[in-house]
Each structure stands twice: as structure tokens, then as C-alpha cells.
Design a protein around this ligand. Structure first.
Ligand code: 8YV
Length: 322
């Protein structure tokens, strides 16, 4: 008997074929997230559930009894949408898909950084609206990127990949904050300096790029006080998780000129985006596109397939997070 698995959203076709072949697979055909009660029921019916960031899995969604699910194979590297303790308490193993989305997420961080500094979104909106009056020496002057300082918060895989692009592509100096000491070849090749506090990074950086996990530990790590600790000419880039930033404090900082601008791919409570953010010109807003390339989404799916296959063959799973 093949294990019964539930895929909560549609995945790349090539991966869906493999899943359908190896497992007794149910796909959520609607491509809208399942409700909390559908997810709760799924834990009673399926051997494995394959959630994404759009499936909110707080403790209340995990049934108290009759749990059939043994594996939660998350499609994505971040897993702060899953109450890991609740999953563990029900005897579930949880896996993620690290590594394969590092490059594309770092690419999006750099896209946001360049777009907001050089006013690309604003410029495009003006041109499309037919409001461009022609070249002019003082038209839409932005901030130079090359040679500036990038401050990385969270020097893991994606933080390093972003720093590498900034340093080797744009001659940027790199400073960073990371809870534990990071002292490897990648960091020394960039001449990156690890600073003792988030505040130290904020004080030096022209661009602050967030690459730490979401969830309770980092909730509102960037708050009003820390936004004030940034240079007024600095930009905030968030490709990590929306809850790392106090969104209201960010709106206030952007409206009052406390910081120069922001480039965001993620939002607290997404897909809702505060109306106040939408009204601002000094922000570039993307709809959580970090890993959204064909190659990366297939690789993420294959990574989940590897975890599922190992688990149901009784081998140790490659990407266990709980
Ligand atoms: C994924 C992400 O596409 O992997 C992550 O943590 O944020 C995204 O790039 C998303 O999580 C899908 O579940």
C-alpha cells in the first residue's frame, strides 16, 4: 500500500507526476489554501501532508487524537507558519527545502535593493501613465548603490548569497549581525565584518537586508526604535518574513522620512498589504516572489520528494527540522 499524501497547493507539473507515481496522492485542485478545518481533517486522513507558507498551522489546527499524519514535508525553507512543538507533540517529523532557493531569493533581494534605490518602480509607473516629460538633469534622482555598505541581518545561506552579490557585483562593503559567530571562507573572502548588535549594523548600513527566520523569536526585530537607528538615507529590504518588521512602524518611518525607502517581498498577514504601504512612492512591493522561478520551484519540489521517499523507506530524512 502506497502512503496517502496530501499536497495542499498545486506544484510544478513535473514534480506532481513523480508524487502521483510514488504515492497515493491527493492534490488540492482549487489552488486556494485549505481552511483550518480542512487541514485539521487532513491530519486524520493522510500519512503525510505537504504544506506551504500559505498554510497556517498553529497548535489549534493539530487534532488532539486520531492523528494519522507522520510527516509534514514543507515546500519552502522557512517554516514559521508551522507550530513545530505541536507537530512534534503529535509525533510528526517536519522537513523543509533548504539550499535550493538560496540563489533566487538572493536575486530578489538585490532586485528590490536596486529597484528602490534607483526608483525603478516609480519611474515605470510614471512612464506607463504617460507622465514622462523627457530626460532632464534633475529627473527622478535616486541613490547610488555601488560602493555603499550593505548590512545583513541573519548571515545564513541566503544572507551570504545576498552579501556575495552585493560585494562582488556592486563593490559593496558588508557588515552583518548573526546570533552565533560566523567565520568561514565565504565571509572572509568578502571582507565582511560581523558586528556585535543589530543596532551596530543599522548605524553603518546604507541598505539593511533581512535574512533571519520569522516567528516568535524575531517578531518585530525591526521596530520603531530600530528604524530610527538606521540612517535617514538608508533602505530596508525584506525577503525573509513579514513579521520580522513592525509594519505600522515601517509605514510611519517611510512617511516621516526616518528612512529613505523599502523593498518588500513579504508582509505580516500576507496576502493582505496595508493600504498605507500601497500609497507610498518610496517602496517597491513584490508578491512573495523570492523562490518563484521554474528551476527553483521544481528543485524545491524534488527536495520534498526526497524527504518523503526517505521517510517512507525508513531512512533518515535529509532535511529534518523537527
Ligand atoms: C517559498 C519562502 O516559495 O521557502 C520559503 O521560506 O519564503 C518561499 O520562497 C514559500 O515558502 C513556499 O512555501
Amino acid at each position: 500500500m502506497k502512503p496517502r499524501i496530501l499536497v495542499t497547493r498545486r506544484w510544478p507539473e513535473a514534480v506532481e507526476r513523480i508524487l502521483a507515481d510514488r504515492f497515493d496522492t491527493t492534490f488540492n485542485q482549487n489552488d486556494t489554501p485549505l481552511t483550518a478545518s480542512q487541514l485539521s481533517d487532513a491530519f486524520r486522513q493522510f500519512d503525510a501532508v505537504l504544506p506551504t507558507v500559505s498554510d497556517k498551522l498553529p497548535a489549534s489546527v493539530f487534532p488532539q487524537a486520531d492523528v494519522r499524519t507522520k510527516l509534514l514535508a514543507n515546500f519552502g525553507v522557512g517554516f514559521s507558519h508551522i507550530d513545530i512543538d505541536a507537530a512534534r507533540a503529535r509525533g510528526m517529523t517536519v522537513t523543509n527545502t533548504p539550499g535550493v532557493l538560496t540563489d533566487c531569493t538572493a536575486d530578489i533581494a538585490l532586485s528590490l535593493l536596486l529597484a528602490v534605490a534607483r526608483r525603478a518602480g516609480e519611474g515605470e509607473r510614471q512612464l506607463r501613465a504617460g507622465e514622462w516629460a523627457g530626460w532632464c538633469p534633475t529627473h527622478m534622482i535616486g541613490a547610488k548603490v555601488s560602493g555603499k555598505t550593505i548590512g545583513i541581518i541573519g548571515m545564513g545561506r541566503i544572507g551570504k548569497a545576498t552579501a556575495r552579490r552585493a560585494h562582488f557585483g556592486f563593490d559593496m562593503k558588508v557588515v552583518f549581525y548573526n546570533r552565533s559567530k560566523v567565520d568561514d571562507e565565504a565571509v572572509s573572502a568578502m571582507g565582511a565584518r560581523q558586528l556585535a548588535s543589530v543596532e551596530n549594523v543599522l548605524a553603518e548600513a546604507d541598505f539593511v537586508s533581512l535574512h533571519c527566520p520569522g516567528g516568535a523569536e524575531n517578531r518585530h526585530l525591526i521596530n520603531a526604535a530600530r528604524l530610527r537607528a538606521m540612517k535617514p538615507s538608508a533602505f530596508l529590504i525584506n525577503t525573509a518574513r513579514g513579521d520580522v518588521v513592525d509594519q505600522q512602524a515601517l509605514v510611519d518611518a517611510l512617511e516621516s522620512g526616518t528612512i529613505a525607502g523599502a523593498g518588500l517581498d513579504v508582509y505580516d498577514g500576507e496576502p493582505a498589504v496595508p493600504a498605507a504601504l500601497l500609497r507610498l512612492e518610496n517602496v517597491v512591493l513584490l508578491p512573495h516572489l523570492g523562490s518563484a522561478t521554474e528551476e527553483t520551484r521544481v528543485a524545491m519540489g524534488m527536495r520534498a520528494v526526497d524527504n518523503l521517499t526517505a521517510f517512507f523507506e525508513g531512512r533518515s530524512v535529509p532535511d529534518r527540522v523537527a
